[in-house]
Design a protein around this ligand. Structure first.
Ligand code: CMP
Length: 591
């Protein structure tokens, strides 16, 4: 090849094979992700033929994880996060501790050291967000309370892993591992100091993102959307998702996934979040596929023949042990059976974090290489079987719903927890809707039904126009425009009624919904030609002088309509004024 095209080759071969195998898997009634994993095995280093660059695929997969988590964040508000904390925090922590303890005991039973067991146990205790999200999407359950609980649970696991990755190097020597001198941070790497710094960094990250984010990011997105350029908007969404993820990992040591998730959470408060989600979806899908390919690539099938019993033990812990633990925790906390089943299915797999932890364990000489192979085989098998677990849970739930006695137990929890969670999720949704309603005026379709004037615009143009509008309100008797003043905006009446009294006249003209006023002064550059007073509680959509002129320049046919209307109004006013002038003169000359 003329120059280095590793990246192109990796993406091209990865996409093509993932597509082919995914398509075949679909036809064999298997989940497509089994096909993607298989594509990975084929282009991986343990099978003959083309070998893709594993490190590069892993990086591309990481982009997929970032975009995916960004997408989840876009559908998740801060209120949602707070609502699920009462189950997600204790659930995730208890589950990590128990699963790690079982994993460690298992490894020590095999004769491994405590340190090796700990790394194996920790790696097997965390589930993959990508796998969970794909499953929830498939079931259309991302927005359900159970779906939110499962996602919140994984976010807490994600945070716990950030700590684990920091603590591992600090504990490695004590656990019998070896840490190269340059990786231990200054001052002998005091454990407490490291921990404090990490916690501080995570807290600072969450504070900065959640405090400054909502003040800046939605505003930025609006400004970009107002340009009307779809390309710039998509670029802005991607820049925010990847940029925040990258720099938060750089400065605050949180994972890329967590950074991207919080970027999404912040933007979820914006009324443009649905558009942002739609624009990033295709890239999200494509790169998430590479996540599965990259898992397949590093898998060595030989382990299945060499240590079948150990592989089965690992699989039993991932799919049986972890699920049972999660199930028991959820029920003990008083949540319904359906939540328990969802958590059990959601956690019956391992993924990205397990590989990172295992990789670190190997570099610190804690975990034997066989440990990584076991974790990988556990991952590939549990990921492939996960859709079946979800299908089984679905089947079980539908059977239970058929019986009245089980139906109650399935959907109702003990104690007020679930009801409270549901109420909190609902109120967070309501709050979000209210917030976005403050900005949002109409949907593009509603705009036309209220203002036939805009019927000639395309849906995209209407959406951009809507972003330029600002809402103003008037109460009965409020003077909206004063004759003789300088003009700043044009008004479109969305509801209510106003009365126009042109300068020097007694005659009153009433204008209602769908009409506009305030255009004359903007067109002529002269002061306002009339007093305009609200007669009713009224709502106006206003366009600033600059936006009005820009809009007219872009839409000459609309300009023509508005100018014609303004000319007619001007002519009418002049006629009235001329007609009333002699009378005024007479009265002025009267003795
Ligand atoms: P402007 O002069 O900017 O501010 C006052 C507005 O009242 C004016 O624009 C028109 O939109 C509106 N207006 C003035 N004269 C009439 C009229 N004869 N009929 C309806 N509206 C009018």
């Amino acid at each position: 090849m003329p120059h280095d095209v590793t990246l192109i080759a990796t993406i091209a071969v990865g996409f093509v094979l993932a597509f082919l195998f995914g398509y075949i898997a679909h036809h064999l009634r298997l989940p497509p992700l089994v096909g993607y994993l298989l594509a990975g095995v084929v282009i991986g280093g343990f099978s003959p033929g083309f070998v893709a660059d594993a490190a590069m695929t892993a990086q591309l997969a990481e982009i997929g994880v970032m975009l995916l988590m960004f997408g989840v964040g876009l559908h998740f508000s801060t209120g949602d996060l707070l609502a699920v904390r009462r189950i997600a925090v204790p659930g995730a922590i208890l589950q990590i501790v128990t699963a790690t303890a079982i994993g460690t005991s298992l490894a020590m039973f095999w004769g491994w050291s405590f340190g090796a067991g700990l790394v194996l146990g920790l790696s097997l205790s965390v589930a993959s967000t990508v796998v969970l999200l794909k499953a929830l999407e498939e079931l259309n359950a991302v927005a359900t309370p159970n779906g939110r609980i499962a996602i919140g649970w994984l976010i807490v696991e994600d945070l716990a892993m950030v700590l684990a990755l920091v603590l591992l190097p600090a504990f490695a020597p004590a656990l019998g591992g070896y840490v190269p001198a340059e990786t231990t941070s200054g001052g002998g790497g005091s454990l407490l100091l490291n921990l404090a710094i990490t916690l501080l960094k995570v807290a600072a990250f969450v504070f900065i993102v959640l405090f400054f984010g909502p003040r800046v990011l939605p505003w930025l997105l609006r400004q970009v959307a107002r340009t009307g350029s779809r390309e710039l908007f998509t670029l802005c969404v991607l820049a925010l998702a990847l940029g925040i993820a990258f720099w938060s990992a750089r400065f605050f040591d949180v994972s890329y996934a967590l950074g991207a998730f919080f970027a999404g959470v912040v933007l979820s408060e914006s009324d443009l979040s649905h558009k942002a989600a739609a624009n990033s979806l295709p890239l999200q899908d494509a790169f998430a596929v590479l996540f599965f390919v990259s898992v397949g690539m590093v898998f060595d099938p030989a382990i299945l023949v060499q240590h079948p019993a150990k592989v089965l033990c690992v699989l039993a812990l991932i799919m049986g042990g972890k699920s049972l633990i999660a199930f028991a925790i959820v029920l003990t906390l008083g949540y319904p059976l359906s939540t328990g089943l969802m958590a059990a299915a959601a956690l019956a797999q391992v993924g990205e974090f397990s590989f990172i932890l295992a990789g670190l364990g190997i570099s610190y000489k804690l975990l034997p290489p066989e440990g990584l192979s076991l974790i990988l085989s556990g991952a590939i098998l549990s990921i492939s079987l996960n859709p079946i677990v979800f299908a089984a849970v679905e089947w079980l739930s539908s059977r239970m719903r058929a019986s009245p006695r089980w139906k109650r137990r399935l959907d109702e929890g003990r104690g007020p927890y679930f009801a409270r969670l549901q109420a909190e999720l609902d109120s967070s949704r309501l709050l979000l809707e209210k917030k976005s309603a403050a900005h949002k005026t109409f949907t593009p379709a509603e705009l036309v039904s209220h203002f036939p004037l805009f019927a000639g615009l395309s849906p995209d143009e209407r959406e951009v126009l809507l972003l330029h509008f600002e809402t103003r309100r008037g109460q009965p008797g409020d003077r909206v425009i004063r004759a003789g003043e300088k003009a700043d905006a044009v008004y479109f009446i969305s509801s209510g009624e106003v009365e126009v009294v042109p300068r020097g006249q007694q005659g009153k003209i009433k204008l209602g919904p769908g009409a506009f006023f305030g255009e004359m002064a903007l067109l002529t550059g002269e002061p306002r030609s009339a007093d305009v007073t609200a007669l009713d509680f009224s709502k106006f959509l206003t366009l600033s002088r600059r936006d009005f002129h820009r809009f007219l320049r872009k839409h000459p046919s609309l300009r023509e309509q508005i100018v014609t209307q303004a000319t007619e109004r001007g002519a009418m006013n002049r006629k009235f004024l001329e007609a009333s002038l002699p009378e005024t003169d007479l009265s002025a000359n009267a003795p």
